[in-house]
Ligand binder design. Structure first.
Ligand SMILES: CC(C)(COP(=O)(O)OP(=O)(O)OC[C@H]1O[C@@H](n2cnc3c(N)ncnc32)[C@H](O)[C@@H]1OP(=O)(O)O)[C@@H](O)C(=O)NCCC(=O)NCCS
Length: 253
């Protein structure tokens, strides 16, 4: 019997209710189950394909980014040289992943080395700054890192860096070598490789800040055959500047 009110079945007789209830329940549960299963299958199917498409897209984007990164990475500046005692030194452009080694290197610096390189007495280097040092845009910067093997592990012992300075022309350079590795030509070698990388970028001049008493910093420039101009910037600190075209690589010592 049809419910005349359209809301409930208050006018249906009891026996009709007793009879009709199971039939109604079975029918509805079957259809609920069936429609649920169909919906699940459909939804999971859609989800599966959606997941597959998204997964493939992410993989593609990731692979593209990897390829772009490895294309951007200037692997041509990877090189190797030996110290006078035969110790091999591996040089390559810095990577974002060098940050832990950079932190260890900074922790090993003597106060004097920190002062000569950063012109202030810093006890620690903020991690964000270290990341900035490592994750560079090779179009406007270059940092070459020097690694040696110590107790079977890679150890970062030096960094030479330039940053293009459009407002001043050319690029600003800086070099630092771990104290226990200084005076073994690592600074000179890194500096000369940095100069070559800068020339490839058509950078014409290098300028850098040097503390007046920093004989070694001036030593690596002289070792490389450059005659620099020195101007006092403020008491104790000088700016040195030279043209990269002044000498050819073969003339460098
Ligand atoms: C400056 C620095 C990068 C040089 O690196 P390094 O590996 O020690 O340098 P090298 O061994 O290649 O050359 C050092 C040169 O300094 C000169 N030098 C060193 N001691 C000297 C001394 N007592 N008197 C005169 N010259 C000296 C020499 O010319 C020497 O080269 P040589 O041995 O071929 O003669 C390193 O000393 C350093 O990290 N210093 C602290 C940070 C710093 O000053 N950075 C420079 C700011 S841009």
């Amino acid at each position: 019997m049809r419910c005349p009110t359209g809301v409930g079945c208050s006018r249906i007789r009891r026996d009709e209710i007793a009879y009709s209830r199971p039939a109604v329940r079975v029918d509805s549960w079957q259809s609920v189950w069936l429609s649920g299963a169909t919906a699940c299958a459909r939804d999971y199917g859609i989800l599966y394909w959606y997941g597959w498409v998204v997964g493939r897209a992410l993989w593609f984007v990731g692979a593209e980014a990897d390829q772009r990164l490895s294309m951007d990475y200037p692997a041509r500046y990877e090189s190797q040289f030996s110290l006078d005692d035969g110790t091999p030194v591996y040089v390559r452009p810095i990577r974002a992943t060098d940050v832990d080694h950079m932190m260890k290197l900074f922790e090993k610096f003597s106060p004097e080395t920190v002062y000569f390189r950063f012109f202030s007495a810093m006890k620690s280097m903020p991690i964000d700054k270290l990341r900035e040092f490592c994750d560079i845009d090779y179009d406007t910067q270059m940092a070459l890192v020097a690694y040696v093997m110590e107790d079977g592990e890679e150890s970062l012992v030096g960094v030479a860096r330039y940053v293009v300075t459009p407002e001043e022309g050319g690029a600003e350079f800086a070099v630092v070598v771990a104290d226990e590795w200084q005076n073994r030509k690592i600074g000179t070698n890194l500096f000369q490789r940095l100069v070559e990388a800068a020339k490839d970028r058509r950078i014409e001049t290098f300028h850098g800040l040097v503390m007046n008493e920093n004989i070694k910093a001036l030593g690596i420039i002289r070792n490389s055959g450059y005659k620099y101009q020195k101007s006092v910037l403020e008491p104790g600190i000088a700016q040195v500047e030279f043209k990269l075209s002044d000498i050819k690589p073969s003339q460098a010592r």
